[in-house]
Design a protein around this ligand. Structure first.
Ligand code: NAD
Ligand code: UDP
Length: 320
């Protein structure tokens, strides 16, 4: 439905130049919102925003969320944080700062303005889970001092801050625990498994499986995920989360590699490499809460989403 300029809601999207954030900006603009994107371009890219840069309802600000920012908005989607293990481990101190100081700064902004704020949390708060599938009341199994801890514990601390701002200051919060999401605009060099396999297959290089490939993940297509984030933001104030957002169809990394090989028609081989430290063995969301509270469930099957992702990378690599 078209929105009159005077009534146009304004959303701040931190991390808006990243993979998920740029799709979220697109969707909010399409719904007639004004969008301010705040990003320091650590893992994001202006290319992800080229389709909205001329939109008068869009504004991009280069800013690091570990420093305070003063602006006016009606709601905040806090997505700023590298999500790929090699990228967040590259500067682990900055990763923790981004999650924790970033949360404090954005919560402070939400408090001053009296507006709702959504946190992009993660299935990594469950660590290498002892409960399967993961429900929101599971407290997790996380190493506090390992190479993934900067991300896992940073996100856990951010959740703590969100719930304390809610309890102590009555701030309206929304915490989404996002499971592995993939799709167009992932960075080709980002290091996550879907982009790695697709790029390797298209370049006819071996697909690199870490470990024996029996570890599992459940992959959600980006369009479904963005729909879930917007539903969560639009939900009644008593819906705070945490709420799992992800696709419950579970695959081993070997199955994923075989599907990518089939869909790309590549003659790439599979190469086994060492499993990274603390790599979770199983991951699948229980999405009962999202179904009940948001009437949300993913619609795009892995085969279909992968085909769209392969087309995106095919175009990208042939442009280079
Ligand atoms: P991404 O790396 O593509 O995007 C993150 C964005 O945040 C980038 O544009 C980056 O430049 C920006 N950023 C990083 N540090 C910043 C800082 N200090 N100040 C300002 N901007 C900063 O990752 P993504 O996949 O789009 O993930 C977005 C959010 O969703 C992250 O918070 C991530 O933890 C969460 N998440 C993603 C997934 C997934 O599978 N994609 C899963 C769980 C959680
Ligand atoms: N992985 C892999 N090959 C790669 C990249 C990742 O086998 O080239 C594995 C990784 O060890 C993990 C899974 O794929 O078990 C998902 O990794 P990703 O980095 O995408 O996300 P994670 O869920 O670990 O944060």
């Amino acid at each position: 439905m078209p929105v009159d300029a005077i009534d146009r809601p304004r959303s701040l999207v931190t991390g808006g130049a990243g993979f998920l954030g740029s799709h979220l900006c697109d969707r909010l603009l399409a719904q007639g919102h004004e969008v301010i994107c705040v990003d320091n371009y650590y893992t994001g890219n202006k290319r992800n925003l080229h389709q909205v840069l001329d939109n008068p309802n869009f504004e991009a600000i280069r800013h690091d969320v570990t420093f305070p920012i003063y602006l006016e908005t009606d709601r905040i989607f806090n997505l700023a944080c590298p999500a790929s293990p090699p990228k967040y481990q590259n500067d682990p101190i900055q990763t923790t700062k981004t999650s924790v100081h970033g949360a404090i700064n954005m919560l402070g902004l939400a408090k001053r303005l009296g507006i709702p704020i959504l946190q992009a949390s993660t299935s990594e708060v469950y660590g290498d889970p002892a409960v399967h599938p993961q429900t929101e009341d599971y407290w997790g199994h996380v190493n506090p001092i390992g190479p993934r801890s900067c991300y896992d514990e940073g996100k856990r601390c951010a959740e703590t801050l969100f719930f304390d701002y809610h309890r102590q200051l009555s701030l309206e919060i929304k915490v989404a625990r996002i499971f592995n999401t993939y799709g167009p605009r992932m960075d080709a060099n980002d290091g996550r498994v879907v982009s790695n396999f697709v790029v390797q297959a298209l370049q006819k290089r071996p697909l690199t499986i870490f470990g024996d490939g029996s570890q599992t993940r459940s992959f959600c297509f980006v369009d479904d995920l963005v729909d879930g984030l917007i539903r969560l933001m639009n939900s009644p104030p008593e819906v705070t989360g945490p709420i799992n957002l992800g696709n419950p169809s579970e695959f081993t990394m070997l199955e994923l590699a075989e599907l990518v090989i089939e869909l790309t028609g590549t003659d790439s081989s599979i190469e086994f490499r060492e499993l990274p430290v603390d790599d979770p063995m199983r991951r699948r969301p229980d999405i009962t809460r999202a179904k009940e509270d948001l009437e949300w469930e993913p619609k795009v099957a892995l085969r279909e989403g992968l085909s769209q992702t392969i087309n995106y990378f095919d175009d990208l690599l042939s442009d280079d």
